[in-house]
Design a protein around this ligand. Structure first.
Ligand SMILES: NC(=O)c1ccc[n+]([C@@H]2O[C@H](COP(=O)([O-])OP(=O)(O)OC[C@H]3O[C@@H](n4cnc5c(N)ncnc54)[C@H](OP(=O)(O)O)[C@@H]3O)[C@@H](O)[C@H]2O)c1
Length: 192
């Protein structure tokens, strides 16, 4: 039985992934900011996995809370086998072009908060000598396109960061996996 942390657990991609893990009887700690949605997903996963699911509401932009979050995760589960970082936003590109604050806020959510969590989790996995860290980046991070380069810049930062982390930890028993989806039909892309 694997202990799995899902950060951004209300994401449609995360939920679909969790359902597959639940079929293997995994134990989950779910983190998201929409309490009602989180409770619904937790309830569904409990039935599918036959294991109790722990859930926590947190705005992941609050980077100062990340260490304490992981302490609570270890208290609840003991240790972790897998951590999936799935949260993200698709910012309004024209608004980001007009406002540095809007561009930086998008980069904070999509890159800096992910890098904060990945740094903490990587060190914990390194200390225990095993673990799998997965984060969702995007093909949008492969090159700057005029229609979404603020989103793409953040995803590119995450991709490069994880690449370095993978090189650092591959000989330490820790797997670092970068997921780079193309277009997926989820609430994030509903407007398209
Ligand atoms: N869909 C695609 O085409 C596509 C393609 C490539 C990569 N991706 C990436 O895949 C990941 C999952 O996205 P998705 O497609 O599953 O979209 P989604 O269903 O909209 O999921 C995004 C999730 O991130 C959460 N989130 C955003 N900011 C947060 C914050 N500050 N604190 C806590 N939670 C926060 C959202 O929570 P709320 O509901 O509370 O806002 C939402 O549950 C994202 O990293 C996205 O960039 C998606």
């Amino acid at each position: 039985m694997r202990n799995i942390l899902i950060i951004g657990a209300t994401s449609a991609i995360a939920e679909a992934t969790a359902r597959r893990w639940a079929a293997t009887g995994a134990r989950f700690y779910l983190v998201g900011r929409n309490i009602e949605r989180l409770a619904t997903i937790a309830c569904d996963l409990e039935i599918r996995s036959g294991q109790p699911v722990v859930q926590e509401s947190l705005d992941l932009d609050r980077i100062g809370q990340h260490s304490a979050l992981l302490e609570r995760v270890y208290q609840a589960l003991g240790n972790l086998d897998v951590a999936l970082i799935a949260h993200g936003i698709l910012p309004d590109q024209p608004a980001c072009q007009q406002s540095a604050a809007a561009a930086l806020a998008a980069i904070h959510t999509n890159a800096l908060s992910v890098i904060s969590l990945a740094t903490l989790l990587a060190n914990d996995f390194e200390a225990q000598g095993r673990g799998t860290l997965i984060a969702i980046s995007s093909v949008a991070g492969d090159r700057g396109r005029q229609s979404n380069y603020v989103y793409g810049a953040a995803k590119g930062m995450v991709t490069l960061f994880l690449q370095g982390l993978r090189n650092r930890l591959s000989c330490k028993g820790v797997q670092v996996i970068t997921v780079k989806p193309g277009f997926v039909d989820t609430p994030m892309t509903a407007a398209f």
